[in-house]
Design a protein. Sequence first.
Length: 71
Amino acid sequence: MCHADMTVALTVQVEGLVEQLQGGAWRGVGAEAFYTEMGDLILPAMRRLEDALQLAGEGTGELSEGQFPFG
């Protein structure tokens, strides 16, 4: 399993846990602040990391196969 795949799996797991909390397991001002931060900052950053790792993996795969972009 590559790093991009592991990051996707982690993101899915974190999203599931946050959804469980939002389902009523944690309420209040602190909970709302946490949900906002997760939705606005943390989860989008994790998705950007997934994309970056996927792109990096594709690039290193091309290099290992001898497909050099600069001729």
